[in-house]
Design a protein around this ligand. Structure first.
Ligand SMILES: NC(=O)c1ccc[n+]([C@@H]2O[C@H](COP(=O)([O-])OP(=O)(O)OC[C@H]3O[C@@H](n4cnc5c(N)ncnc54)[C@H](OP(=O)(O)O)[C@@H]3O)[C@@H](O)[C@H]2O)c1
Length: 255
């Protein structure tokens, strides 16, 4: 049995990935969808021709990865694609974001992504693909999104190294690094702790980002920058010193 595992499938990018996989990947027998909101996951069935297995898990809770591992061991599928889209951010200075939310971001965006990847890898083989949903914020330190950007830099570095390690096994790992996406719950959630950013010019859509990310993964790319802004951002991050990048961000942020 060939399956896809998608975390963060109850909304935004994760949900869009499920829809596009169900439409485009004719070889999938099941898609396993993971998030906390069971009703949202169940509702996805109406949009998918591929059977869904709903796993309502809080990935930051102790034992969540064990639950996934036990389900995989019981079904013994081939995981042909894993998409780690579960993640969240908080905007604001260090006080506004606070200790608990900072720790929660690290647990979900870093620890849970690594644990889910570790759990799925033994079930993957030649031709399998992993998409770690990072962010363009991985390309520079970002004041007022400091912990979030650092979690995505972690995931980006992890993905790049894993891509290298798994190449001999024929498994592709793609670090997906989108710029702002306007039609997901990410921005309203992130703005709950503060609004240091007022405008999101040239923001993309979940449909475009998911389509481009899947295309890049099929073409075995280590990094996907699904859109012009994140592509330029990646180049700038390689050429300019971090202080210059932060000064530019400060100017844009104040617009
Ligand atoms: N939107 C953007 O501007 C943007 C830009 C760059 C990168 N990204 C990244 O893209 C990914 C998807 O974000 P999105 O834009 O689609 O935002 P979203 O609509 O808020 O989706 C986030 C998903 O993560 C799930 N999630 C949150 N906490 C969880 C937990 N503790 N356990 C399990 N699942 C959890 C949510 O489901 P439940 O609430 O049901 O658990 C939801 O399905 C994130 O990693 C984000 O960092 C977003």
């Amino acid at each position: 049995m060939k399956i896809a595992v998608v975390t963060g499938a109850s909304s935004g990018l994760g949900r869009e990935f499920v829809r596009q996989l169900a439409l485009l990947d004719k070889q999938l027998d099941e898609i396993w969808v993971i998030a906390r909101r069971r009703d949202r996951l169940e509702a996805l069935r109406a949009h998918c021709r591929v059977p869904l297995r709903v796993l309502p898990l809080d990935l930051t809770a102790p034992g969540a990865a064990d639950t996934l591992e036990a389900a995989l061991k019981a079904a013994a599928p081939e995981v042909s694609i894993l998409i780690n889209a579960a993640g969240f951010g908080r905007m604001g200075d260090w006080q506004a974001v606070g200790r608990r939310e900072s720790a929660a971001m690290i647990r979900l965006n870093c620890q849970a992504a690594v644990e889910v990847t570790q759990v799925c890898l033994p079930f993957m083989g030649r031709g399998s693909r992993v998409l770690e949903i990072c962010s363009t914020s991985a390309f520079q330190p970002l004041p007022y999104l400091n912990v979030y950007a650092a979690t995505k830099a972690f995931l980006y570095r992890y993905s790049r190294a894993l891509h290298w390690e798994l190449r001999p096994r024929g498994i592709t790992v793609t670090a997906v690094c989108p710029y702002w996406i306007r039609d997901t719950e990410f921005i309203p959630t992130a703005a709950q702790s503060g609004q240091p950013v007022h405008h999101y010019p040239l923001a993309s859509t979940a449909r475009r980002v998911a389509f481009r990310a899947l295309y890049d993964s099929r073409h075995e790319k280590a990094v996907s920058t699904p859109g012009p802004v994140c592509t330029v951002h990646r180049l700038a991050g390689k050429c300019l010193p971090s202080d210059a990048m932060m000064a530019l961000w400060e100017g844009l942020r104040r617009l």
